[in-house]
Design a binder for this molecule. Structure first.
Ligand code: C5P
Length: 395
């Protein structure tokens, strides 16, 4: 999604400037054309040569008579798909809020119509100062996107709000803003992810090996294509994706309730979660002691969320199968009244639980069978969403 996009990366004079090197490198690796603009004080923390080496392009200076860009800031402002200032000092925030333009960066920001992201990094006391807060409020009201800062250890040794947002977070926001007009713009998509946990007693549960990776990949891909995404997630170690409303649940019953609420007004429900089929009939109030040589647990069926949920939205299910993959998946598609089912063979080592890749077959109501090669979960997510877009367009 970053391929062939022009990202103007503004860097200002904060100790966090060294982190901009990682951001420039990752954006370049993702295929973006990264044009770096450094303030004078930024060059005291990190050299233009670093960025020239990482991006393959010389940082832009509007006062450079040999610049290939002509009137540097105007050329940049027009070419920009997005502007990102990371790190942004209290000084640049104040200048932008006041409309001051006295260097290449402020002139570019003033001249561009591209969305602009500001990632502040400064000492906690400067960030919390009402002057900085007022300036940020002003910039937000003008449509700037502010990301971070984050809580943590600061260069001074103090702990506070002031650390530059992580590279991953900034790139997530960039992708999000770039794809605002994607093919799922204004669509509401509900995704479930992870494996539910059914409590036996206060410390134990029945779980499964689902990692949540497929569901999270779907949620992020839908977000990047412009959708409003609600992610109903069972516990996973995955970081909460930016720009997505995450609803945390634990049990199948809680997931059912969350899905029922989230699908109101939704265009599609994609159930990637591995929902437990059985739950303990009752949950012990106290921790069960190991006093008897055997222990029998009585289990009862959980609600089948996909079968029971109704409404005017596309229903997409998953079928993790160990044999007769296609036959079993088709049966589920019919039984659960689905528009699409994504089947995968869990005996395949590269596919399914925990792995970063998946080899799936997408089957629709008409009986069309699309067997995909081994792909990353993100690629699989986009293939599924291609079908969702196609089906939504027919409605
Ligand atoms: O029947 P089976 O569990 O194989 O079906 C898998 C599909 O049904 C998945 O999309 C899963 O999220 C969903 N499911 C559900 N409620 C259950 C069990 C599975 O919605 N109790």
């Amino acid at each position: 999604m970053l391929a062939d996009k022009t990202v103007i990366l503004g860097i200002t004079g904060s100790i966090a400037a060294y982190k901009a090197a990682d951001l420039a490198s990752k954006l370049t690796q993702a295929g973006a054309r990264v044009e770096v603009v450094m303030t004078k004080s930024a060059t005291r923390f990190i050299t233009p040569l670093t960025f020239r080496s990482l991006t393959g392009r010389r940082p832009v200076d509007m006062f450079d008579p040999d610049s290939e860009l002509g009137i540097g800031h105007i050329t940049l402002a027009e070419a920009a798909d997005i502007v990102v200032i990371a790190p942004a000092t209290a000084n640049i925030i104040a200048k932008l809020a006041a409309g001051i333009s006295d260097d290449t960066l402020t002139c570019t920001v003033l001249a561009t119509r591209a969305p602009t992201i500001i990632a502040p990094a400064m000492h906690d006391s400067m960030f919390h100062n009402p002057i900085t807060q007022d300036n940020l409020t002003k910039l937000k009201a003008r449509g700037f996107t502010i990301v971070g800062p984050e809580q943590g250890r600061l260069a001074s040794g103090d702990v506070g709000m002031g650390r530059l947002a992580t590279t991953e977070k900034i790139i997530n926001i960039i992708s999000n803003l770039l794809e605002r007009n994607g093919d799922l713009a204004s669509k509401h998509i509900v995704v479930t992810a992870g494996g539910t946990q059914e409590p036996i007693d206060p410390v134990r549960y029945i779980g499964n090996r689902a990692s949540g990776k497929m569901g999270y990949a779907l949620a992020k891909a839908a977000r990047d294509r412009g959708a409003e995404v609600k992610l109903i997630t069972a516990p996973t170690p995955l970081p909460e994706p930016v720009g997505i409303e995450a609803i945390h649940i634990r049990t199948a019953a809680q997931m059912k309730q969350a899905v029922a609420e989230a699908v109101i007004g939704a265009d599609a429900l994609i159930m990637a979660a591995a929902v437990a089929d059985y739950q303990p009939k009752s949950t012990a109030k106290a921790k069960i002691k190991k006093t008897s040589p055997t222990l029998a647990l009585e289990l009862v069926r959980t609600p089948d969320i996909l079968t029971e949920v109704t409404g005017n939205f596309l229903k997409v299910g998953f079928a993790a199968e160990s044999h007769d993959v296609i036959t079993n998946a088709r049966e589920k598609l019919e039984k659960k009244h689905l528009d699409l089912i994504v089947a995968n063979d869990i005996t395949d080592r590269d596919s399914g639980f925990g792995s970063d890749t998946n080899k799936v077959t997408i089957i629709d109501k008409q009986g069309n069978i699309d067997s995909l090669p081994l792909l990353t979960k993100r690629e699989v997510a986009d293939k599924i969403l291609d079908r969702v877009v196609e089906l939504l367009a027919k409605r």
